[in-house]
Design a protein around this ligand. Structure first.
Ligand SMILES: C[S@@+](CC[C@H](N)C(=O)[O-])C[C@H]1O[C@@H](n2cnc3c(N)ncnc32)[C@H](O)[C@@H]1O
Length: 214
């Protein structure tokens, strides 16, 4: 399944306030400094074209959103969409999400962390590039506030099962409070581009939420 070319960006739209580089940020870092107003923060790693952050920041103007994406062109496109929709509660960070969590995010700063359809890195020798790995799990648990939620969706059943096992082994996050591999309720409620694509090709989507205890 190839990816479609991205639409051209309108040069009149200035998205410079909606994008920063992970490598330009320094610890101690306050994520709320990216927004005009402090409020509950949600973070997505691997945002792709940014549909989730764009939609959620529109639905919840009372919350702040950071989308993180390693690929320059997708990150720019996602930031452009946020600027075009005049979101002041959502920004994109370009760079490695694992580094962002490990080196920059302070303890207990996020009410939710989202990972949707992470690259599966099928080959054994590439597995260490997966987002879900012990170091990230430790950071995830540290970064979530008590009661905070981790959302994980994938179309790869093996990755899904390994994620559930790894979270049980390396964290005290609750066992998944919601697990399903079922089609969603209707055609237009997809959360990300990859979810839309999986549904189009009738692939299962495995979804789980994990909660940090209060
Ligand atoms: C399969 S795509 C899914 C995109 C989007 N979440 C969706 O569901 O449509 C995975 C995305 O994660 C990004 N990615 C992979 N490793 C990353 C990392 N270490 N940090 C940030 N983004 C990463 C890739 O560039 C890619 O855009």
């Amino acid at each position: 399944m190839g990816r479609r070319a991205l639409p051209k960006l309108d040069p009149e739209i200035d998205f410079s306030r909606h994008i920063s580089e992970v490598d330009d940020l320094r610890a101690p870092f306050c994520p709320q400094s990216l927004f005009p107003q402090s409020s509950d923060l949600e973070i997505e790693i691997g945002s792709g074209k940014g549909l989730f952050v764009l939609n959620e920041s529109g639905k919840h103007p009372e919350r702040n959103y950071i989308g993180n994406e390693i690929a320059h062109k997708y990150c720019k496109f996602a930031a452009y969409r946020l600027a075009k929709s005049e979101r002041n509660n959502a920004v994109m960070l370009r760079g490695d999400g694992l580094k962002f969590f490990r080196e920059l995010l302070p303890d207990q700063c996020a009410v939710a962390v989202h990972v949707y359809f992470p690259d599966p890195w099928w080959k054994e020798r590439h597995r260490r590039r997966r987002v879900i790995q012990p170091g990230f799990i430790a950071d995830l648990e540290r970064v979530l506030v008590p009661g905070g939620v981790f959302h994980f969706w994938t179309d790869v059943e093996q990755y899904f099962e390994e994620t559930i096992e790894k979270l049980a082994e390396h964290s005290d996050l609750s066992p998944p409070i919601h697990v399903e591999a079922t089609p969603a309720e209707h055609d237009m409620d997809y959360r990300t581009h990859f979810e839309r694509r999986m549904r189009k090709y009738d692939h299962d989507v495995f979804r789980a939420q994990f909660k940090k205890s209060l």
